[in-house]
Ligand binder design. Sequence first.
Ligand code: ADP
Ligand code: MG
Length: 662
Amino acid sequence: MTKQTLSFQAEVAQLLHLVTHSLYSNKEIFLRELISNASDACDKLRFEAINDGGLYENDSELKVKVTFDKDAKTLTITDNGIGMSTQEAIDHLGTIAKSGTKDFVSKLSGDQKADSQLIGQFGVGFYSGFIVADKITVESRRAGMKVEEGVRWISGGAGNFEVEAITRPERGTSVILHLNDDAQDYASAWKVKGIINKYSDHISLPILMEKEEWKDGELINPSDEQGGRQPGGMVKTGEWETVNKANAIWARAKKDISQDEYNEFYKQISHDFEAPLAHTHNRVEGSTEYTQLLYIPGKAPMDLYNREKSAGVKLYVKRVFIMDDAEALLPTYLRFVKGVVDSSDLPLNVSRELLQESRDVKAIREGCTKRVLGMLEDLAKNDKLPEAAAPTEGVTDVVSAQDKAEAQANAGKYTKFYNEFGAVLKEGLGEDYANKDRIAKLLRFASSTTDTASVSFADYKARMKEGQEAIYFITADNAAAAKNSPQLEVFKKKGIEVLLMTDRVDEWALNYLQDFDGTPLQSVAKGAVDLGKLQDEAEKKAAEEAAETFKPMLAMLKEALKDKAEDVRVTTRLVDSPACLVVQDHGMSTQLARMLKQAGQAAPDMKPVLEVNAEHPLVKKLDGSVHFNDLAHILFDQALLAEGGLPADPAAYVKRVNALLV
Ligand code: ADP
Ligand code: MG
């Protein structure tokens, strides 16, 4: 066969033009693309050799070699993978086979600026070599073909390319980049090594470079290796060294990876010194294929609450590093998770924008979310040591020492997790509708009748009183304020447990959870208190009578407080306190409104309802008092103080109290 000149497919020519004109600000990606192709070629050979071992031609150590020649101005990437026949070189390097890329090219508008934004979303692959090279020579021989059946492919990246037959003893492919004037620094070991470390460390093949040493160079300035040596320069030693780590832990089989190795990898990617609480490692097959290795850290970072700076999952495509902090791979409320997702379906040049829209990414996100929730469920399940069963006669203890040690090691992990990340997990109630119920099961709270802060909704339900129809909770700034809130009085008296919610996000998050497992959630600070069946007939009757006789007084209070209170009513929820504030059923709590205002956000100006305890001496004193007006305002302001608020006019409040004291 003699030399033939062929034209690129029209789309290729278009793509080439775009690549060379728009990716110059991100030049170094070419190396990632070419190494990835070399790695793919080795994967393909490995696959074909399963059925035909002869393809290895007695050389089964697959590898990539990167060499450069400063004088010839070339950089060469060589692999001993599957190689290409002449026809394959023509087809694969002269046309675009992938439908995705074809679609993409057909969308090009010709408007340089718009097009260059588009290109970030597609893999540019082999053609990215033309970012740094004004000519590319490819020499290849397909595994199993004769030595004389090699091919040389040459192109300047314009409209056409040349192919000719060559004799090539080695199987595989060499891509020789003839570096253009702006890309001469890629003919240097430290530059190339740097790029390989950045993008290709986890390629499972070894990437080899020839060792260099200084020739007659005197070290003038030891702190400056590059500039400190004199002429003679770096010379090749003929020895080869592996410059990547060549170890993608997530691509290995689970059973071959020790706990220590998992922990070490976590520390490397998270910069954490402590071991993680848990990990999950899975290969997911199906319509979207990917591998996930995800970790739950033991400690929250300083900026956990910053929803902007989120995500700790790195994205790889076929073991080639694509980006850090790929926030599209997990919902924001799981931003504490660290790890790696390696997809085989995404293009190498995928951008953040594309990630947001990709259907594959959506499937990956759902899969990762499920796995993380599963990990948390396991931690929660094993948080407490199983109670030792009383020994039964005739039955031997089947729990092995190993199981016991494992139980010991897992105990307390969920508590640790929850103390660090519980508040963030709660955001999921509002953010992840599909998994709301699973998240709700993972939540833990303090409660009015226990000392631990680890009550789950399920624990609570199991302890509910007969006739109790709701899960009661109260939100407050802190545990003490919650525990001593006047709204809790009647619940305390009746021995009904109330969950104390003191995280800032609680009220917002709880808005999204109307019920747990069929039982409605009820804030004790919202709406009129309705204890339903928990209240006996006598109590109900007494309350109704009190309300009736108190009516004229209520009218007067309403009038006196019309600027402050939406309504005034008699309540049965108070025992020791004279009054408290509640909000209408669907209103925002006064506490949340206060929080929003502090954060400089708009909060609806809602007036609360004042509820009074008709049995309280202070309230009784109102009747016919000459200080009626002052007492009414004091009643209101104290109710506000009791829940951690401040009277609108503190000075007026003090004046009124002092007047009475005197
Ligand atoms: P992709 O890798 O996504 O298929 P590329 O543009 O990177 O797209 O490569 C185009 C094709 O060229 C590859 O699919 C492969 O068939 C062929 N090719 C590229 N590099 C090599 C190589 N080093 N060895 C064998 N075939 C290769
Ligand atoms: Mg490729």
